[in-house]
Write a protein that binds this ligand. Structure first.
Ligand SMILES: NC(=O)c1ccc[n+]([C@@H]2O[C@H](COP(=O)([O-])OP(=O)(O)OC[C@H]3O[C@@H](n4cnc5c(N)ncnc54)[C@H](O)[C@@H]3O)[C@@H](O)[C@H]2O)c1
Length: 343
């Protein structure tokens, strides 16, 4: 992809948990034109373990130290959601490009502060610095869905059905976190897929899975776009059987849907089966790699980010806010309000 790259982008990674360690590994092994020079984590032993697998990578004692290092050109933020806004703003102030894992922040107000800080930097002559880790935009299946919708291969889209199922809800999962952390992927991918913003959301709760505790699992959201396409979103964190993402677009003369992730269908013993990945890292491995390569290529070429933007992160957060407001009104439709004024 980037054989002509002559520039090597020096990358620092904040947070070396599941996602950060995966990004370090992908950047090191599968992305050209980049080198991981520094990592940090609140758990420094974890950071040391991850750095040890990358020749030359050093450990910073804190995120602030990493952001200030001249040996870091660009930063991946893969620490918990509630740290994203502060770290993104610190990186903007240091003039460094960021690939921020979703969500942009945990509140709409924090999102506004990040967008406002970036707008100020742009007004002062800086390039846009924030890219969002909405990796589904790079998944080959979603890319083909979008090409079909854009070409109106089956006429205009009318309905979209999305399901997002995982094996088990993590500790401390709540209904609100499932919306902000999991359904937020749909809040980004649906407007991107349809080129049509989400205008209204309603939340619906079926009977609760007995393993779900306080979490409403599964939950169903009904989204209405500005052009009146209706979108069903099932979020089921503890579905038990595997990590399984589906998306089907129903248009006037046909449908187009993601196929199974596995490329192998096994026929034998009078049965036909395929398998599900255990988690998102396997399901979206290609998407994470392509996203990071695209980010690095754009930085090397000086063309600015090609990924979802901070504003996309703000818009997805506005849909999440509307969905959460709907949970509090027994499922009434709530209009999505995207803030226009930034601090
Ligand atoms: N794009 C996706 O598909 C996807 C999938 C999973 C998680 N995520 C996002 O990635 C981020 C990380 O998730 P995860 O599953 O890797 O979580 P995790 O808990 O496995 O890892 C987070 C790490 O950050 C460290 N940390 C906490 N506070 C820190 C700080 N202030 N500075 C530096 N490090 C700090 C923790 O010690 C931990 O090692 C979250 O924002 C999450 O929403 C995205």
């Amino acid at each position: 992809l980037s054989k002509e790259n002559t520039v090597t982008i020096k990358i620092g990674v904040i947070g070396t948990g599941n996602m950060g360690a995966d990004h370090v590994n992908t950047l090191h092994r599968s992305v050209s034109g980049a080198t991981v020079t520094m990592v940090t984590d609140a758990d420094l032993d974890r950071a040391r373990e991850v750095a040890a697998a990358v020749p030359g990578a050093r450990v910073a004692r804190s995120a602030a130290e990493l952001i200030g290092q001249p040996e870091v050109d660009a930063i991946v933020i893969a620490s918990p959601d509630n740290t994203h806004a502060e770290l993104a703003i610190a990186a903007i102030r240091a003039g460094k490009a960021v690939m921020c894992e979703k969500p942009l922040a945990t509140t709409l107000d924090e999102c506004r502060h990040v967008v406002g800080a970036e707008d100020k930097a742009v007004a002062a002559g800086q390039r846009r610095l924030i890219s969002m880790g909405f990796m589904r935009r790079f998944d080959p299946g979603y890319v083909r869905l979008k090409a079909s919708v854009d070409a109106r291969a089956h006429g205009a889209p009318l309905l979209v059905h999305c399901t997002s199922r995982g094996v088990s809800a993590g500790p401390g999962a709540t209904t609100e976190l499932a919306i902000k952390g999991s359904a937020v992927h749909e809040f980004d991918i649906v407007p991107w897929l349809l080129s049509d913003p989400i205008a209204e959301v309603s939340w619906h709760a079926p009977c609760r899975s007995r393993s779900a505790g306080d979490l409403q699992d599964p939950q169903l959201l009904l989204l209405r776009t500005a052009n009146d396409v209706l979108v069903t979103v099932e979020t089921f964190l503890g579905a038990g059987y595997g990590y399984h993402i589906t998306c089907e677009v129903v248009s006037e003369r046909g449908t187009v849907a993601l196929a199974y992730h596995d490329t192998v269908i096994d026929n034998g013993d009078s049965r036909c089966f395929s398998t599900h990945p255990a988690d998102w890292r396997l399901r979206f491995a290609d998407a994470y790699r392509l996203e990071l390569q695209c980010w690095v290529d754009a930085l090397a070429a000086g063309t600015g980010p090609m990924l979802a933007t901070a504003r996309d992160g703000l818009e997805a957060a506005a849909v999440a806010e509307a969905a959460i407001a709907s949970t509090k009104t027994g499922g009434m439709p709530v209009a999505v309000q995207v803030p226009e004024q930034m601090p």
